[in-house]
Design a protein around this ligand. Sequence first.
Ligand SMILES: [Zn+2]
Length: 459
Amino acid sequence: MAAAQRIVIENGAIATVDADDTEYASGYVVIAGHRIEAVGAGRAPEGLTDVVRRIDAAGHLVTPGLVNTHHHFYQWITRGLATDHHLFDWLVALYPTWARIDEPMVYAAAQGSLAMMARGGVTTAMDHHYVFPRGSGDLSGAIVRAARETGVRFTLARGSMDRSRKDGGLPPDFAVETLEDALAATEETVRRHHDASFDAMTQVAVAPCSPFSVSTELLKQGAELARRLGVRLHTHGSETAEEEKFCRELFGMGPTDYFESTGWLGDDVWMAHCVHMNDSDIAAFARTGTGVAHCPSSNARLAAGIARVPDLLAAGVPVGLGVDGTASNESGELHTELRNALLINRLGAHREAALNARQALRLGTYGGARVLGRADQIGSLEPGKLADVVLWKMDTLAHASIADPVTALVLGAAAPVTASFVNGRQIVANGRLLHVDEDAVARSTRTQAQRLARLTTQN
Ligand SMILES: [Zn+2]
């Protein structure tokens, strides 16, 4: 077998985000093939063989790639609508449009979502896709293809909805699948696309949409399916006060107790939002190892409230960050969520002690890896882990006068990405994608957004 080719990154500030938060004011990262081989202070070791590239990272901060834990790619072509609504009104306003999506629309929207995140240092993306109109084509296949082309590591959360208006749910009747169809299609998606290996580029999770859009039976059977197939479980939980009220009226209990009764708490589960949680809900998440995808911008945009991130972390709950769908977070970026997580949590009960810059960076990297069940593989710069590495440019007008690079990254303006690697393969150079034509993606997302808008207004 040929020796692994090495890439040496040196002279940069390094934030490893390992268990001790080890940082080097000037250090190196050696990539060998798909993996990180060495990280340390000063110059890289002498005498390395098979070095194909040396990168001078002077003026840069080097971090693990960012890990996004919640998103809905298809929403890229329905941004900027229903801009002054809370969650339930916003959903009711958008469902009729979303129910008309098809494969070309979803493919373009996935490309747009992925491109925006990858340019901003995301190396692991996820898409929770739950709208599957009849006859709309191979939506899961289109999403996976877009992720492969961009070059990011990817988790597809195969969503579903089977509780429509006629069953007391929120989506219109024509926007949902049957229980049987949802389960069969989810199983097929796992069999087609899930890779369980250490350096997997594509994984699949079982992901019924939310308590107010899926039946109790779909939650129960979905959890059984995921555990039978050995994949993770994802859904939305405790997002708004209205959801809490809905659960109490329909099920006679709050969302966390409802999830527990349907098999949805466990160390193989992560949930988006978790805003409206009392102390016993947080204790249940901690006891079971259930993870949280914190989406601060979306929660603010939909006036959902402030998730109790400091309390979740203090209890030992795994917490990562999520962009959420871009119909409720039009920027579509994750690096700006580091800042927003810190700022929004400081408006909560813990004030200035809520989160610091290093905790914010940890949420966006190692925390996300933990939530996706991949903390052994990604999320920190440590020998043996996969080479998902980002070089942030810190020596220009926006950041040069801030001495501490982690503070600059989190609190400063969105930092430009000079280089981003996934599995040791470069996917971004000087803020531009290397494997996808951004301008072509911009054009096709506009075309597909216009197509969808026309289809919606025709009826
Ligand atoms: Zn969401």
